[in-house]
Design a protein around this ligand. Structure first.
Ligand SMILES: NC(=O)c1ccc[n+]([C@@H]2O[C@H](COP(=O)([O-])OP(=O)(O)OC[C@H]3O[C@@H](n4cnc5c(N)ncnc54)[C@H](OP(=O)(O)O)[C@@H]3O)[C@@H](O)[C@H]2O)c1
Length: 355
């Protein structure tokens, strides 16, 4: 069953409502970032019956295994790849628009992978039944590269990420905090290492989301493939090293971009400042470069330390930091949902399906 139109005040289902990303989505919905007439919360059986406040009301969490998607206009999947692979088709069969944050369909050729202001025109060209949300790091990277490509051309990108524990959800944060407390009490203590191997507390892990046979990590592979797909530039040379750092929340990245034509610093700063949801922290007092703790507005991407390559003007470096749960997660997810709903309300027939 496919509903061709979605109402302006949709019935929203949030799958993964008790997780780190789901809780942040609810925070934003509580701040009136998404109109709705009804919201239904879903998680695993262990959370069923839990009561969660949402914008002045209290909602009960339902067990996904027993949940009926009938009547849902918009289903937000924030519960991991395995859950999405199994349940997205079920939600689609009930005619709901699905917005999936798990990455399960990021590379599916029939599912649009959307970054607002870069390629959301995909949704106006062909309204979707399911839309994939890129990883948090893909969003600012592609917004930036999209603009630089038009400005001076992109030859090569080299990026190192510094990713926070909350990128692995509530359990990632709990394990970091527990390990940190144990170490402070006893530097020789054996630390929990279920979510991070070895333990993340007072450590830095140069592999995010498991290494593959070719030596790259899944996170690195996803980032490169997503960036190439969103930009529509499958041959863009993007080299990434993803690193997990003992920070609770807030991802960082150091970026080098080699351009086709020379760049000048004032022009580059002006370009960065013009990007949607970007804040440039330029030439402030020493020590005021943006950090996960001090960057400011959690719904924006913060750049600092903007430098043109000293040896050649065909390249520049910068530091990027953002709240992975807000700017890189829930804010982007809800923006995509709003665009997809509006597009769907325009009534065009839908054709894409990963199933
Ligand atoms: N964390 C981030 O920065 C971030 C950013 C963008 C996208 N994402 C993506 O969002 C998804 C969730 O991440 P998270 O960080 O929020 O993880 P999390 O804190 O571990 O939360 C996972 C959520 O999924 C639910 N869940 C897990 N297994 C389930 C099952 N079998 N049936 C029903 N519900 C189930 C959990 O419910 P219970 O509480 O009942 O177990 C919980 O609500 C992942 O795909 C992640 O890649 C995360």
């Amino acid at each position: 069953m496919v509903r061709a139109q979605c109402p302006a005040d949709p019935c929203i289902v949030l799958v993964g409502a008790t997780g780190a990303l789901g809780a942040t989505v609810l925070e934003l919905i509580g701040e009136h970032r998404m109109r709705h007439r009804e919201i239904r919360l879903v998680a695993s059986a262990q959370s069923a019956g839990r009561e969660i406040p949402v914008g002045g009301r209290t909602e009960t969490v339902h067990d996904l295994e027993e949940f009926d998607f009938a009547g849902a206009d918009l289903v937000l999947f924030c519960a991991g790849e395995a859950v999405s692979r199994r349940w997205v088709p079920v939600a689609m069969a009930e005619g709901a628009l699905v917005v999936d944050a798990s990455g399960a369909f990021s590379l599916h050729p029939e599912v649009p992978l959307v970054v607002p202001s870069v390629n959301d025109c995909l949704l106006s060209e062909r309204p979707a039944e399911v839309v994939a949300v890129p990883s948090g790091m893909t969003v600012p990277l592609t917004v930036l590269l999209h603009a630089v490509e038009r400005w001076r051309g992109v030859r090569q990108v080299v990026m190192s990420t510094y990713e926070a524990a909350s990128g692995l959800g509530h359990q990632g944060v709990e394990e970091l905090l527990e390990g940190s407390e144990l170490t402070l009490r006893d530097p020789e203590a054996e630390l929990p290492a279920d979510r991070f191997h070895p333990a993340l507390a007072f450590n830095v892990l140069p592999a995010v989301d498991g290494l593959q046979e070719d030596g790259t990590s899944r996170e690195e592979q996803r980032l490169v493939q997503e960036a190439q797909r969103v930009l529509g530039l499958p041959d863009t040379d993007v080299a990434v090293t993803c690193v997990r750092v003992p920070v609770v929340s807030g991802h960082g990245a150091a970026l080098f971009v080699e351009t086709a034509a020379p760049v000048d610093r004032p022009g580059l700063v002006e370009l960065l400042a013009s990007l949607p949801d970007f804040v440039v922290h330029d030439r402030e007092a020493p020590g005021s470069v943006p950090t996960p703790l001090t960057a400011g507005d959690p719904d924006r991407f913060h750049v600092g330390r903007v430098r043109v390559s000293p040896r050649t003007s065909r390249g520049f470096m910068l530091w990027l930091v953002f709240d992975n749960l807000r700017a890189g997660g829930a804010s982007t997810l809800l923006r995509i949902a709003r665009i997809a709903l509006a597009s769907r309300a325009s009534g065009k027939r839908l054709k894409n399906s990963p199933c």
